[in-house]
Structures are given as structure tokens and as C-alpha cells.
Design a protein around this ligand. Structure first.
Ligand code: AMP
Ligand code: MG
Length: 416
């Protein structure tokens, strides 16, 4: 991290610049652990595995039908059915010319056979099979090693394990895998106006929502998250909470108190206890953002408004957590979509408006912005399924124009 960055500068950093600096200063945590397949989904692979055998391990049938040798067959020719090969119960003998073996999907192809004719394309009377059509060599066969070759390198470091990966590992006989340990993320909220759920709302108070939202956002990531509660808008308790949190977390997140109001103490506290690297990013919503270090822990001070929390988390904190957690890619998927209505914007900051993206029957993505784009308006965020990303200089978009959209489902590109 370039420590010459003046934390008190009033100039705003672009999102790319801020993210570049933040990601540039973080390194993956590196510590690894062994987990069973049941715990592996969503975790990040720390080892490259060589396939211990071919997949499929043996050549087998892709259909229910009859296994035979395809050469020398003539239309209308009769074959004798000499046995059966079932999944888990192979036929032990050899198929010769003029013979065939009843076979089911997944059953090993008997020796001598090179293809399987679908049962629908045959007529069977007793032990005699008549072909309605001549099969070609290799038809309905799944060759050994056709999916994975023995020795093939799979699961490079940094890959996030999904359901198919876990299935593939099991197919290869791996009951466990080495993954990166999950970064420990502690989060707390600040604000004298915040009430815990279950307590009555007194005049001027609001129910705390950011910690619930953060908890939910963190659930989708390979991190171990701890709710560190609420902190009042006073320096002493804030210093104490930060000090404690810095001792046993890799990352600390706070919400609120990050701008320049009288009760915005995060900046002061962070400077007192650790280092503050930057603040204020030219995005809307979410301008006040603190980034720094508290002992060994990285610190992100998010704004208080709930929509700003979502934006800063998804645009800055999430990629940072992916990197710390060892992931090799963390760029969100973005697509172009055509606006069905006008979008309004004042030139200045990069904006993340909340919208609904759809893909029509013609395959074209269209998007509309939702009413209620204030940074306090959780309802439109809750109705949205994407961000509409409007560049700083944009004055909005007219209906029919194309804009950039980032779907909320956590799809990530693999190209970095
Ligand atoms: P702040 O950044 O602390 O000035 O907060 C900005 C706005 O977000 C204020 O309206 C706060 O009441 C609201 N806010 C701050 N923290 C939370 C929270 N944890 N849950 C819901 N709203 C919050
Ligand atoms: Mg506050």
C-alpha cells in the first residue's frame, strides 16, 4: 500500500483506483486445511489434483439396448442374445459376430462389442434380435477416459468449489480436499439511533438492519463471520471494540460513522489505533468509505445507509474477501441490457442504480430502473435483481439505449 496516500485529501478516488489500491495491498492468507466433501462447497481449492484414474473408469453404455460388434452387419439380420450386462453386474464373456448382449445404461461394454443399438431400434423374439437399423461403430458408447484422463490436472489453486466440482471429486474417489482457511471477518454497526430487534422503538430510533444484511452477504462467501454487535457514537467504546476486534480477525467491517459528521468517529478511531489508507470513493451510493489496517487485520468502514452498505460491500469488500480467501478470480459478471424506460442521473459519480433485468424470448436482456433510488431505500434494493452501472459522466439513459448491468446472483467471470 502506498502510504503516501493522504488520507485527509478531499479529492475522491475512482472505484477502479480505490479497488486497485485495496486489492494491490492485500495478499491471500495462504493457510490451508483439509475438508470433507460435505464441507467443501463454496470453499477455495489450495491444491492441484491429478486424476488417479480415467473417468468413466470403463467403457460403458449410454443407453438401454444391445451391445454388438458393428462390422459385417446386414439389414434384417438376426443376432442371438447371449447374456446381460447391467450397471454393477457386467457380462463376463465375449461378444462374437452374430451375437449381442442385452445392456443397460452405465453397464460395462462387453469385450468384443464396439457399439450399442437402442432397444427402440430392434425387434426381439425370444433370444433372437433383429436390427431395424444398422448401428455405426462407437454408437451409444461412453469410452473410458472420455470425460477425464488418468493423470489430468484438475482443480487448480484458487478455484471455488461448486456442486459439479464436489460431484467430480467424489467420482474420482476423493473424500476430502485441501482448501484455503476461511478469513475471519468480524462486523459491527455504529449509531446511537439503532435499536436491536425485539426492543421497542423509542422516538427517533430505528431498527438496526445493516448487521443482518452484512451477515446475509457474508454467508455467500468462504469466510468465517462474527457479529460483533452495535457500538454507540462515542470514541471510547469504539476504540475498545476496534482494539478487541483487531486481535482475532483478519478483516473488520463497520457500518455508519464513516463520513464527516460530528458523530462520525471511525476516521478518528482508526487513525488513533491503526492506519487509514483512503476514504471517499466516487461512487453513488457509498461515497464515504474507509480502508485501513488495525494490527494485522484489514479494516473497511462502510457507510451507514443500508443501500450504500450493499454497494460498497459488493463492489469493494467482496472482491477483497475473495482475494484474501485465495480465490483466483473475483470479477463480477456484467452484461449489456437495453433500457425499457428512461434512467435519470446527474453527471459526477459512478452510479449503481437498482433495477430489474430480464431476458426476453428473443434472448435480449432488457432492464428497468426501480423507483426509490435513495441510499436509505431498502425496498427497491429488495425488489431489484441487478445493479445498473452508469459511468461518472453519464446523464442517464433514454429508453432503448444500452446500459451495463451487474446481476446480483454471485456469478463471477473466470477471465482474470
Ligand atoms: P451514518 O453514516 O452513520 O451517518 O448513517 C447514515 C444513515 O444510515 C443514517 O440515516 C443512519 O440512521 C442509517 N444507519 C446507520 N447505521 C445503520 C444500521 N446499522 N441499520 C440501519 N440504518 C443505519
Ligand atoms: Mg451514524
Amino acid at each position: 500500500m502506498n502510504s503516501s496516500v493522504d488520507p485527509c485529501q478531499n479529492g475522491l478516488l475512482s472505484l477502479d483506483d480505490a479497488l486497485g489500491r485495496i486489492l494491490g495491498s492485500l495478499s491471500p492468507l495462504e493457510a490451508t486445511e483439509q475438508v470433507t466433501l460435505k464441507q467443501a462447497t463454496g470453499r477455495i481449492v489450495a491444491e492441484t489434483l491429478a486424476a488417479p484414474f480415467d473417468l468413466p473408469p470403463f467403457t460403458n453404455s449410454a443407453m438401454d439396448g444391445y451391445a454388438l460388434f458393428s462390422e459385417g452387419l446386414r439389414p434384417g439380420m438376426g443376432l442371438s442374445v447371449i447374456g446381460k450386462s447391467m450397471a454393477g453386474q457386467p457380462f463376463e464373456g465375449r461378444v462374437k459376430k452374430g451375437e449381442c448382449v442385452r445392456i443397460f445404461t452405465g453397464a460395462p461394454l462387453p469385450e468384443g462389442a464396439d457399439s450399442v443399438i437402442m432397444q427402440e431400434e430392434t425387434l426381439v423374439t425370444g433370444n433372437r434380435l433383429t436390427l431395424k437399423r444398422l448401428p455405426s461403430k462407437g454408437e451409444n458408447i461412453r469410452p473410458a477416459g472420455g470425460d477425464v484422463k488418468k493423470g489430468e490436472q484438475l482443480f487448480t489453486r484458487g478455484k471455488r468449489l461448486n456442486a459439479a466440482d464436489v460431484g467430480l471429486l467424489a467420482s474420482l474417489g476423493h473424500a476430502s480436499i485441501t482448501v484455503f482457511q476461511r478469513p475471519r471477518v468480524g462486523f459491527f454497526s455504529t449509531g446511537d439511533e439503532l435499536r436491536s430487534l425485539g426492543k421497542p422503538l423509542t422516538p427517533g430510533a430505528i431498527y438496526e438492519s445493516n448487521r443482518y444484511q452484512l451477515q446475509s452477504l457474508l454467508t455467500a462467501l468462504p469466510v468465517e463471520s462474527t457479529d460483533l454487535g452495535q457500538v454507540p457514537d462515542r470514541l471510547e467504546p469504539l476504540l475498545q471494540r476496534l482494539h478487541e476486534a483487531g486481535r482475532n480477525h483478519d478483516v473488520i467491517l463497520s457500518t455508519g460513522g464513516a463520513s464527516v459528521g460530528e458523530a462520525d468517529l471511525l476516521e478518528k478511531a482508526l487513525k488513533r489505533l491503526g492506519q487509514l489508507y483512503l476514504w471517499k470513493v466516487a461512487i453513488k451510493p457509498g461515497k464515504p468509505l474507509l480502508f485501513g489496517k488495525l494490527g494485522k487485520a484489514w479494516f473497511f468502514g462502510l457507510p451507514g445507509n443500508p443501500v450504500s452498505v450493499h454497494v460498497t460491500f459488493s463492489q469493494i469488500v467482496r472482491p477483497a474477501l475473495w482475494k484474501l480467501a485465495g480465490a483466483s478470480s473475483f470479477k463480477p459478471l456484467r452484461i449489456q441490457a437495453r433500457c425499457t424506460h428512461d434512467l435519470h442521473k446527474t453527471p459526477g459519480r459512478l452510479e449503481f442504480q437498482r433495477g430489474i433485468v430480464r431476458v426476453g424470448e428473443n434472448g435480449e436482456a432488457t432492464v428497468r430502473g426501480l423507483a426509490g433510488q435513495g441510499s436509505h431505500q431498502l425496498k427497491s434494493l429488495s425488489q431489484a435483481n441487478c445493479y445498473i452501472i452508469l459511468p461518472p459522466e453519464s446523464k442517464g439513459a433514454k429508453s432503448g439505449e444500452t446500459v451495463l448491468v451487474e446481476p446480483f446472483t454471485c456469478l463471477l467471470t473466470n477471465d482474470d
